[in-house]
Design a protein around this ligand. Structure first.
Ligand code: G16
Length: 543
């Protein structure tokens, strides 16, 4: 094998966003583009000589080709071992678990998550550190600065590795170990949940559907839900991973997983349904006739986690991203444990989890997880819900109603305006930021602003500070709106508007959320001039 040093010139804009670098697939496929980014990662972590890396992705278009490129580069850069999911597949939580189980130095996860796949769709790559979690900002900043000055990358002239056959092969001096992507993850799940209780519930006639959306969770869900827990064949829908996700949009929300939502809203629908995204870290939870918002799901899981064996001793604390509703704060209060508010991005939970300050974390963007790995975990959330249902012997709807009548209800919705002209979006946010100090006390319709500010996060573990993490507007009476630009889109800008209003346990708990939030939505539009400036009349997606 010959090691080749290839000259290259930096590509502009290789800046990791909320979760790694996400670009159009054709951008990643340009000669040298992926190579420059990968070498920049290696340079930013002081090289990979002698290191062990976990490598896998969500199976989208270009996944296998990209893995071959990365393997050649890892070998040429002196890595000792690469642990790769069979066929190049690893869900994000399974990759996080493998990094931890095998005490790897880090991992490269190929995914653009919930974004569509295909040659004209999206691709992505992120680096995870040795705790199994996404690289923190200190490292992603270093990666970005390496991308700006890179002049050379290392690769080698070997042919492709067989990604199908389990076991070890040599690529130069590096061992490539192909592993079953499901086995270790499934084993971990068995340590956390009462499989017997769930199995008995399913055998007793409880019906469920899981929509894998032709993404990476298909094999995981089939192994766990059908093979191990006894759900009848066909309970897992769209279970075969496809490079273009069957031309779907693997985002588990009521818009993109509408067939599943329609199914549970029908009178003969299943008792429980769930979906996951491209790389298996997001989840959507549904019960017969009811959609559980991610913020409520986190709160319900926090309140009931002790019913699962893995959390029988209770939880140390809970963390949520700032735009996530405060529903879990009330649970933390009642449990007498800490609740932390972090910026959007799972990477911000890592320190809290490592320090043992929190056990559960969650985000409004359909992510929930715990200290079992350092990523959010879609199937974990599904299994915890099933464990809770098996113990409480109530329906999803009954559990939700019981929760609200105990803690009150945080009506919540996120409105996304996608592919907005980047300059218009940037100006809108800049102008609003400039006006924040003068907003408190002003009234828009029926909403009086109590406070308006920009969120900065002071990490209580390492003392780092992250500024510009979203604009917060709170209203008299407990309502809140948050505005921020998405860090995961690949086309123009996505403006996210998060709306929330608290209703006390004795109040009206069964209002349609968009109706409950109408006044706040109207006020935010007037405050930000969003529709006027963007020319949009309605959000593209409401979750
Ligand atoms: C990623 C991050 C999440 C974040 C989400 C949305 O999720 O891991 O922490 O909440 O993006 O981010 P944004 O609002 O900036 O688009 P995923 O599932 O896409 O990896």
């Amino acid at each position: 094998m010959t090691i080749l040093s290839q000259n290259c010139t930096p590509f502009e804009g290789q800046k990791p966003g909320t979760s790694g670098l996400r670009k159009k697939t054709r951008v990643f496929m340009q000669p040298g583009y992926l190579e420059c980014f990968v070498q920049s990662i290696f340079n930013a972590i002081d090289g990979v000589a002698g290191k062990t890396l976990v490598i896998g992705g969500d199976g989208r278009f270009f996944n296998a080709e990209a893995i071959q490129i990365i393997l050649r580069m890892a070998s040429a850069n002196g890595a000792a071992r690469a642990i790769v999911g069979q066929s190049g597949l690893l869900s994000t939580p399974a990759a996080s678990n493998l990094i931890r189980q095998r005490q790897a130095d880090g991992g490269l996860i190929l995914s653009a998550s919930h974004n569509p796949g295909g040659i004209d769709a999206d691709f992505g790559l992120k680096y995870n550190i040795s705790n199994g979690g996404p690289a923190p900002e200190s490292i992603t900043d270093r990666i970005f600065s390496e991308t700006a000055s890179i002049t050379q990358y290392k690769t080698c002239d070997t042919s492709d590795i067989d990604l199908e056959t389990l076991g070890d092969t040599l690529l130069g001096d590096m061992t490539v170990e192909i592993v079953d992507p499901v086995a270790d993850y499934a084993e971990l799940m068995q340590t956390l949940f009462d499989f017997d209780a769930i199995r008995a519930m399913i055998a007793g006639g409880m019906t469920l559907r899981f929509d894998a959306m032709h993404a990476v969770t298909g094999p995981y869900a089939t192994a766990l839900l059908e093979d191990q827990l006894g759900a009848p064949k066909g309970s897992v829908l769209n279970g075969v991973p496809l490079p273009d996700f069957g031309k779907g949009h693997p985002d588990p929300n009521p818009i993109w997983a509408k067939p599943l939502v329609d199914m549970v809203m029908a009178t003969d629908g299943p008792d429980f349904a769930a979906a996951s995204d491209g790389d298996g870290d997001r989840n959507m939870i549904l019960g017969k006739g009811v959609y559980v918002t991610p913020s409520d799901s986190l709160a319900v899981l926090a309140a009931n986690a002790h019913l699962a064996p893995g959390y029988a001793n209770g939880i140390a604390g809970v963390a949520r991203s700032m735009p996530t509703s405060a529903a879990c704060d009330r649970v933390a209060d009642a449990l007498g444990v800490d609740c932390f508010e972090t910026p959007t991005g799972w990477k911000f939970f890592g320190n809290l989890l490592d320090a043992g300050r929190v056990t559960l974390c969650g985000e409004e963007s359909a992510g929930t997880g715990s200290d079992h790995v350092r990523e959010k975990d879609g199937l974990w959330a599904v299994l915890l819900w099933l464990n809770i249902l098996a113990v409480r012997k109530m329906s999803v709807r009954e559990i939700l109603l019981d929760h609200w009548s105990t803690y009150g209800r945080n009506y919540y919705s996120r409105h996304d305006y996608e592919a907005v002209d980047s300059d218009i979006a940037r100006l809108l946010m800049e102008d609003l930021t400039a006006r924040l100090p003068e907003l408190s006390g002003q009234t828009f319709g029926s909403c009086k602003i109590r406070q308006a500010d920009q969120f900065s996060y002071h990490d209580p573990v390492d003392g780092s500070v992250s500024h510009n993490q979203g604009l917060r507007i709170t209203f008299e009476g407990g309502g809140r709106a948050v505005l921020r630009l998405s860090g995961t889109g690949t086309e123009g800008a996505t403006i996210r508007v998060y709306l929330e209003r608290y209703e006390r346990p004795e109040g009206d708990l069964d209002v349609e959320p968009q109706t409950a939030l109408q006044d706040i939505a109207t006020a935010v539009d007037r405050i930000s001039e969003l529709r006027l400036r963007t020319g949009r009349t309605a959000p593209d997606v409401m979750t």
